[in-house]
Design a protein around this ligand. Structure first.
Ligand code: TRP
Length: 456
């Protein structure tokens, strides 16, 4: 991606798909999805999640890819350019701004969790987990969180890796890496899911994930599932729009979006099938929250023969999945500043990355045992507050506005030309982005506000 970012393109359809799947598949699938499903009561959450992914998320994925490809710029540049071409208010660039800033906020805690996975990788291969029981695994995780030097050190290492790749440009290393590592991640996940179904409690898992208890469905679960579907598909924060800008003209956006969404969902379900059999077999709590995989998987790796190798491989690929997502969170701001200033990409990646790293230090400390951890923002730690702000507020609103923009403010003819779909597919998509997406997101929002007011 030498020089100005708007001219570089993925070298083939396959590399684009792998890069987009690399962005989508990450900690959101393997770390977040299982614990959110656990907290949201299992099947009820999974069902709403699937609905949001395919009925709301995928059409928005199509919308964002096409905005990026049409704009050929950073999200801010593309939104401004298309709004101008269509004779619309320059204020539409705010959708781009919110995305670029949201990505910066997400990366500032995503990289902390990326750091935890790096630390677990080294512990797995050095045999630290050998023979661990449930209590030891839980204690081990809180031990890491309260070790400030380790948390910040690993967070720095993770950010350094992300900055290095973004600084080199996408074609340099990333493209080649994702095309091999994403399929490898897939295979390893299937293997681990099979292993854990054999040694763990697959019956309880299937009941938990696929037999929805409808009494557990409520607005909070719906909003959480909506936010998670956007998070997992990398929507509304500029990643997908930026990657769309690097897409070649002959690539079919609709088909690509379906492939990306299916791969992403497949990985999330597989992660559930890998983690919950162990959770149930060892009497752990599915709703325990963000520590879920860190407190469960070491038990399995610690008991299996060759666990140091399998565990090492798992955490290695998790680091890879996290890094391929993290670069897509750094890319939008780097693309914007490069486009604006013309300064060398390397320098900009370093400066923005350094800034995000320092923002992340507080997120890292907020999970430990210190003064920072005492800070509470509406009852949430700093890390959780950033997660809530982006996942439950900025992403649904941003996604809703990108749907409204393509559905109502870009001419139908231009969208048809960009998407090159058959007439009937186009009509279905157009109906979804014009009506279903804004109404679904809006309804969840309005109900939340109504509930807050009537509850108060
Ligand atoms: N989708 C990634 C994951 O599941 C995280 C991610 C990358 C992301 N880019 C994003 C989330 C943009 C929201 C918006 O881990």
């Amino acid at each position: 991606m030498a020089g100005s970012s708007q001219t570089a393109h993925w070298s083939s359809r396959w590399t684009f798909i792998m890069a987009a799947v690399g962005s989508a598949v990450g900690l959101g699938n393997i770390w977040k999805f299982p614990y959110e499903a656990g907290q949201g009561g299992g099947g009820a959450f999974v069902l709403i999640y699937l609905f949001f992914v395919f009925v709301v998320g995928t059409p928005i994925l199509v919308a964002e890819l096409s905005l990026g490809r049409r704009g050929q710029k950073s999200p801010i540049g593309s939104m401004a350019k298309i709004a101008k071409e269509e004779g619309r208010s320059p204020l539409w660039a705010l959708v781009g701004w919110s995305g670029v800033l949201g990505a910066v906020i997400v990366l500032s805690f995503y990289s902390v969790i990326g750091g935890w996975t790096m630390s677990y990788f080294f512990e797995a291969i050095s045999g630290t987990f050998t023979g661990m029981d449930a209590a030891a695994a839980g204690g081990h995780f809180s031990g890491l969180l309260s070790n400030e030097y380790a948390v910040i050190g690993w967070h720095a290492a993770f950010m350094a890796l992300t900055m290095f790749i973004v600084a080199r440009g996408v074609e340099g290393g990333l493209e080649k890496a994702v095309t091999y590592l994403m399929p490898a991640l897939f295979i390893l996940l299937i293997g681990l899911a099979i292993y854990s179904s054999i040694v763990g409690d697959i019956g309880a898992t299937v009941d938990f994930l696929f037999k929805p208890d409808f009494s557990k469905i409520n607005l909070d679960v719906a909003l959480q599932a909506l936010g998670q579907s956007f998070f997992s598909l990398s929507l509304a924060l500029g990643s997908i729009m930026t990657y769309g800008a690097y897409m070649q003209r002959n690539v079919n956006i609709g088909k690509s979006a379906v492939i990306i969404a299916s791969a992403d969902t497949g990985v999330a379900i597989m992660a559930g099938l890998m983690i919950f059999p162990i959770v149930f077999a060892y009497g752990l709590v599915p709703g325990q929250g963000p520590g879920l995989i860190f407190a469960t998987l070491p038990i399995a790796f610690g008991q299996m023969s060759g666990g140091a190798f399998v565990g090492g491989a798992f955490f290695f690929l998790l680091v890879v999945a996290a890094v391929t997502s993290a670069i897509s969170l750094l890319e939008p701001s780097v693309a914007y500043v490069t486009e604006k200033t013309g300064v060398e990409r390397k320098k900009i990646a370093l400066i923005i990355g350094g800034f995000i790293f320092s923002m992340g230090v507080l997120s890292g400390l907020s999970q430990g045992d210190n003064v920072i951890a005492e800070i509470s923002i509406f009852g949430r730690s700093i890390l959780d507050a950033k997660d809530f702000l982006t996942n439950n507020i900025m992403m649904p609103i941003g996604g809703m506005f990108s749907a409204i923009f393509v559905g109502w403010f870009v001419s139908r003819k231009n969208m048809m030309e960009e998407l090159a779909m058959t007439d009937s597919t186009f009509r279905v998509w157009y109906f979804l982005v014009r009506y279903v997406c804004p109404v679904a997101v809006g309804a969840v929002f309005v109900s939340i506000i109504y509930n807050t007011i009537t509850a108060g």
